[in-house]
Design a protein around this ligand. Structure first.
Ligand code: ZN
Length: 768
């Protein structure tokens, strides 16, 4: 080992793992693929040379990799700019995660298992096999990912390896094949008179070593279920040990030998061992139950805060827009929301799909609303194998991570491949027309042409206003400008018609240009733009509907801030997040102030969320207020709301206050600033009453959580909640006499009850 020894040569640096001796390198560092392959080689060398310094080094690297530098998918290498590892816990969702790095992580983990005999290393090999590495190839097997981020837009598609299409993927396809061709050799391992069962793969093996001579067959549908059946066929009756890996995710594993349950299953190094005299035809059954699991990350991973991922067995799931009404980023998973798994043979070549009752937060234009939503997730490895769509592994389980959904599927006559049509209605309002901190849609490099940008709805909507925030590069001397002219058209019986009675079509920069017109009912609306001769154009954000955004105002605004921060859709990462617009009352100190949202028409409201600006960690002068209340406008007067619960002043999160519903054209936060300090606001959302399904309303009316399992029978009266709901009974404490009894009438058997539900399917069945 000569790394770090630069006598007579020039160091290739830490990026090439050459700044210090490998034994002194604290972590995997530099280029992710080369670093993980170096580690893999070190693990092999350590096994061959039995040197403690090799083993200690790779154990340290591996543990750090798994604890702080690996995505839940097994993806390695967070930083695209240098194709390498970032700092510990630096795992952004748009990270690099090259397929080759996942493959290298798989080989590294496999070799660590051979070095140490510990099962935890195979858990990570398996994580790569079913997730990080497998996503690298399309289901058709003809296109390949170079990078495997955990969140992607419609532009993230697999590339061809060779052929007419560009770009090409140079290194990843052969690395993927290398891992897959090695797979048969990774299913089992042997040492002395022990066989290690490492991977659950349907197979037939012949195992011959100095001490072992047997055949071993494995039958399973893994990873869709955790039932494995083995047939052991020793050449002659003999005593040896079979060690079955029990993955870290598996709870309550069961092992049966010739049908007999092994009681008191003890795991050593992650394996359940059976030593006995085996004879031909002996069978072993291993059962690993596979409930859907919620994964929460280490809180030090910023990108995962307020988010949850789903796994079932070794398979990591993702939410694709195509399965979720293009609204995955507005999904909110509550603790009581449960997911069920169903095998769908004609989906993505046959996969286990997860389906759950969740909520979605909708951006209604000027307010937001929580609605029940059935969310669907598919295995991450199968992502982006259908229409171009969004993909997210981590979905929100707190409102700080939700991006409220704006209705409509965006499309355009053309979109520059470096930009995205999803920018059109992502709900993020720019600061300026050359704001590069947000995604945008541009028609670049089309110049002087006629183009369109469109929102399509799955059911007809009334639309009377459209707004557009133009992308314009005049101040940065590039080639996009506002268009020469534009108009709005709507779809009517398959034809695009101009809207009538339109107000002026503005081309101002740094603001929404809003047009109002005679209302139309339509399933699609578009902006048609004539680009200036010699110039291209683009859009940062558009809206369409009957509701223009609420107008924010405040009692005072520091001249470098903006009240537009209240409802620009940008959720802060922390209370001192300086990367997004804010509003502050500086240099007012200790005063009483207000912050207000005014609506174009009366809205029914039920709660408000506010994210305070606070500079305590920056040692500046803004703090959360000492107290605040919510007021609403009623006949020209500001009245206090009837709040349920307290007014929070927590940092780094939304403070939510719920109140008795009211209808109003304006809502405000009245705050008292702490003596000697100033205060500010990063974001504010007014919520309309939540939309509940009838059964959720019934549960809520009876003081139960809306996510309660309907098949449960909490009071043990033998009648499930679903039965009680369907038959119009009380949820709890139903006396048997309340149950409807069947009665014969004129040769028909009838069951009479009151209150049939429209959301329950009733069916008659008979048995003999
Ligand atoms: Zn590669």
């Amino acid at each position: 080992e000569n790394r770090g020894n630069t006598v007579g040569r020039v160091s290739k640096g830490s990026y090439n793992q050459d700044d210090i001796s490998v034994f002194l390198q604290p972590t995997l560092q530099g280029h992710a693929v080369r670093s993980a392959l170096l580690a893999s080689g070190m693990a092999v060398a350590g096994r061959k040379n039995s040197r403690a310094d090799y083993r200690q080094t790779v154990e340290r690297w591996w543990q750090n990799m798994v604890d702080a530098r690996m995505y839940v998918t097994g993806g390695l290498g967070a930083v695209a700019a240098h194709e390498g590892f970032g700092a510990d816990y630096e795992l952004p969702h748009d990270g690099y995660a090259e397929t080759c790095a996942a493959v290298a992580g798989g080989f590294f983990s496999h070799n660590m298992n051979l070095l140490t005999g510990q099962a935890k290393y195979v858990d990570v090999l398996e994580r790569e096999l079913y997730n990080g590495a497998l996503s690298g190839v399309s289901l058709e097997g003809d296109t390949y990912y170079y990078t495997n981020p955990l969140s992607s837009g419609p532009n993230h598609r697999r590339w061809e390896w060779a052929g007419a299409g560009l770009p090409l993927t140079p290194c990843c396809p052969p690395m993927f094949l290398k891992l897959n061709s090695a797979l048969p050799s990774m299913i089992y391992a042997t040492k002395d008179s022990t066989v290690y069962v490492n991977l659950f793969v349907g197979s037939q093996a012949s195992i011959k070593t100095g001490t072992l001579d047997l055949g071993l067959t494995q039958a399973t549908d893994y990873p869709w279920n955790g039932v494995m059946n083995y047939t052991v066929s020793p050449a002659t009756e003999s005593t040896f040990t079979l060690k079955f890996r029990v993955p870290g995710w598996a709870e309550n594993p069961e092992l049966r030998v010739n049908g007999q349950l092994v009681s008191g299953l003890a795991l050593v190094d992650g394996y359940a061992a059976i030593t006995r005299q085996w004879q031909a035809g002996d069978t072993v059954g291993l059962n690993l139950p596979m409930p859907v699991k919620r994964v929460k990350s280490d809180p030090r991973v910023k990108a995962d805060r307020g988010r949850v991922a789903l796994m079932r067995g070794p398979v990591v799931y993702c939410f694709e827009g195509v399965d979720n009404s293009n609204a995955s980023r507005g999904i909110m998973v509550d603790e009581e929301d449960s997911f069920t798994a169903t095998f769908v043979p004609d989906l993505l070549g046959g996969v286990m799909q997860l389906k759950g009752r969740t909520s979605i937060i909708r951006n209604l234009g000027d307010t937001v609303r929580r609605e029940p939503f059935t969310a669907r997730a598919v295995p991450f490895f199968a992502n982006q194998n259908r229409a171009a769509t969004t993909m997210d592994v981590w979905v929100a389980d707190a409102s700080t991570a939700v991006q409220p959904v704006v209705a409509g599927t965006p499309s355009a006559s053309y979109c520059n491949p470096g930009d995205t049509v999803t920018a059109l209605n992502d709900g993020l309002v720019p600061r300026l027309s050359d704001d590069e901190s947000l995604p945008r849609m541009t028609w670049w490099n089309h110049k002087g042409t006629s183009e369109w940008a469109q929102l399509t709805y799955n059911k007809p909507r009334t639309i009377s206003t459209v707004g557009v925030y133009w992308w314009d590069e005049r101040r940065v001397n590039r080639e996009c400008r506002v268009p020469q002219s534009w108009s709005v058209q709507y779809l009517a019986n398959g034809q695009w018609l101009p809207v009538q009675g339109a107000s002026a079509y503005g081309v101002a920069i740094d603001q929404f240009n809003r047009v109002t017109f005679t209302p139309v009912e339509t399933t699609a609306i578009r902006i048609v733009a004539q680009l200036q001769a010699g110039w291209s154009a683009g859009i940062l954000e558009m809206f369409a509907g009957t509701r223009p955004p609420a107008v924010p105002t405040a009692s005072h605004t520091w001249s470098f801030d903006t009240v537009n921060a209240y409802n620009d859709g940008r959720t802060p990462a922390a209370s001192d997040d300086e990367s997004i617009p804010r509003h502050s009352y500086w240099d007012h100190k200790g005063t009483a102030e207000w912050a207000q949202l005014t609506f174009a028409a009366p809205r029914k409201l039920a709660s408000l969320e506010i994210y305070w600006w606070d500079e305590r960690r920056l040692n500046r002068d803004c703090r959360v207020p000492s107290s605040w209340t919510v007021q609403y406008l009623s006949n020209g007067q500001w009245l206090p709301v009837q709040a349920q619960g307290s007014y929070g002043t927590a940092m780094d999160t939304f403070n939510t206050v719920r109140f008795n519903e009211f209808e109003t054209t304006a809502i405000r936060v009245a705050l008292q600033i702490q003596l000697g300090w100033s205060a500010g606001i990063l974001e504010m959302r007014a919520y309309e009453p939540a939309l509940l399904s009838p059964v959720q309303t019934w549960l809520a009316q009876h003081g139960m959580s809306t996510g309660t399992n309907l098949l449960s029978d909490s009071d043990g009266d033998g009648i499930s909640l679903l039965t009680a709901y369907a038959l119009g009974l009380e949820p709890n404490g139903n006396p048997a006499s309340n149950m409807p009894s069947p009665a014969l009438s004129g040769g028909n058997l009838g069951l009479t009850f009151w209150g049939a539900r429209t959301d329950v399917t009733y069916a008659a069945q008979s048995s003999t």
